[in-house]
Design a protein around this ligand. Structure first.
Ligand code: GDP
Ligand code: MG
Length: 444
């Protein structure tokens, strides 16, 4: 698929901004990739539409094709969608602070509930030093309870003693009671599943939910079941209410389209992924990894990232040349500030300009943070073209106008001018010293 895709993408070689046609051509291939990765059709459609609106008109970086550019945009959009707002690490965090916290595992039969319950219990024990009690509520298959007990022995996790003849709700109550008496931090309730969703299954899970009032209800879904996963997630979330998803069998050939589908349909975070049958084969969900897997176009993404870096590098070199000529006007200052903003602060940009560490520290000490950068940009924005080129012409009336225009005070304008003067002086000195002197001054 990847090869066919890049073949089609290479045909698009126009430069400049992405046209509707560029985007449409590339997205046709992306759509195929999504469907092949088992993303459900409505989700794929919605996603494509979203990217289409976003991508059209965006600039194409030098040295990449429009098609590659679209793929990068698609990738970033997918990561954002998979990760959700403020997720990431936090997505894997479980709300288990008030002991005994109850985690309810739900899902279809064979999805990996029992295995995941034990994996998760092990993780909570080893990483978070929690005392965990596991209980099987699977009264339908006699072997299910033994399966959990065996996994418990393997991992050193206690399991609730088996009492035949109790129903799921009774076992859930007994587990909670036992956890309270014996001081466990977490109770994991492993429910029975069915081959498909039916009213009886849902009624049983709902009854357990009501009896146990879980802190987390994790839906365990087989990552290889693309289309069905959406249906399953929709049903469980609608009827039981889930707090998160665990995707299993991500060690298999599946491309993980289920992740995107479920995320889109339920809006619930994917917290963990199962990557094997062994007890340590559970990891936190990484949106980047899954997006790469769904698209299968990691090489294109890194290519575009490299192109972006090159452009930033070229810009840094251009600036350096200007500095050496002793030129540093408001436009230069603005482009410095922009870079800083983009790179998330002082350290990033300064690391690209050889030897800028000292200035970075000085500016940092002077309190040049993100908020301040935004204000400074606003001030420069309010200057005329001439004022930006020749800041010396800025006298009182002009300063007042600029302050009004940027919604700030004249003293803010003065502060920016002072900073500019200091930087310009330094640039001039560096310029006179030449390249060698520059390195010397900066201690490189
Ligand atoms: P349950 O019916 O939902 O409780 O499913 P089980 O936990 O019994 O798992 C069914 C099968 O799937 C078992 O053979 C597990 O070892 C296997 N399994 C579970 N999670 C994973 C996984 O992440 N990767 C692989 N390869 N197998 C898994
Ligand atoms: Mg089971």
């Amino acid at each position: 698929l990847s090869e066919r895709l890049s073949g089609a993408l290479e045909k698009l070689t126009a430069k400049g901004a992405l046209t509707e046609a560029d985007v449409a051509t590339a997205l046709r291939e992306v759509r195929v990739a999504l469907l092949e990765a088992d993303v459900s059709l409505p989700v794929a459609r919605r996603f494509i539409k979203q990217v289409q609106d976003k991508a059209t008109g965006q600039a194409v970086l030098k040295s990449v094709t429009p098609g590659q550019m679209v793929v990068k945009i698609v990738h970033d959009e997918m990561v954002a969608m998979l990760a959700g707002e403020g997720d990431g690490e936090a997505g894997a965090r479980l709300r288990i602070d008030s002991p005994p916290a109850t985690i309810l595992m739900v899902g279809l039969q064979g999805s990996g509930k029992t295995t995941t319950a034990a994996k998760l219990a092990r993780r909570l024990k080893e990483r978070d030093h929690k005392r965990v009690l596991m209980a099987s509520l699977d009264t339908r298959r006699p072997a299910a309870m033994e399966q959990l007990a065996t996994l418990g022995q393997q991992t050193g996790i206690d399991t609730l003693p088996i009492v035949r003849g109790q129903d799921a709700v009774a076992i859930a109550r007994r587990a909670r009671q036992q956890a309270m008496l014996a001081g466990y931090d977490v109770v994991m309730l492993d429910t029975a599943g069915r081959l498909s969703i039916d009213a009886e299954l849902m009624a049983e899970v709902a009854a357990v939910r009501d009896a146990a009032s879980p802190n987390e209800t994790l839906l365990v879904v087989d990552g290889l079941t693309g289309q069905d996963a959406v249906h399953t997630a929709e049903n469980f979330d609608g009827q039981i209410g889930i707090s998160g998803v665990v995707l299993t069998r991500m060690d298999g050939d599946g491309r993980g389209g289920a992740a995107l589908s479920m995320r889109a349909v339920t809006g619930k975070p994917i917290k963990f992924v199962g990557i094997g049958e062994k007890m340590d084969a559970l990891e936190e969900f990484h949106a980047e990894r899954v997006a790469g897997r769904i698209l299968g176009m990691g090489d294109i993404v890194s290519l575009v990232e490299k192109a972006q870096e090159q452009i930033e590098q070229a810009e840094a070199e251009r600036m350096m040349k200007r500095f050496q000529k002793g030129r540093f006007d408001m436009n230069d200052l603005r482009s410095q500030l922009e870079q800083m903003q983009k790179m998330g602060g002082m350290d990033g940009i300064m690391s690209m300009l050889p030897g800028m560490g000292k200035i970075a520290r000085q500016m940092g000490d002077a309190g040049v943070d993100d908020k301040m950068i935004r204000r400074q940009m606003a001030i420069i924005q309010s200057m005329t073209r001439e004022e930006r080129k020749k800041p010396d012409i800025l006298k009182a009336s002009r300063k007042e106008r600029i302050a009004r225009g940027s919604g700030l005070e004249v003293q803010d304008v003065n502060r920016l001018l002072k900073m500019h003067r200091q930087m310009a002086d330094m640039m001039k000195k560096m310029g006179r010293m030449g390249k060698g002197g520059l390195r010397g001054l900066m201690g490189q």
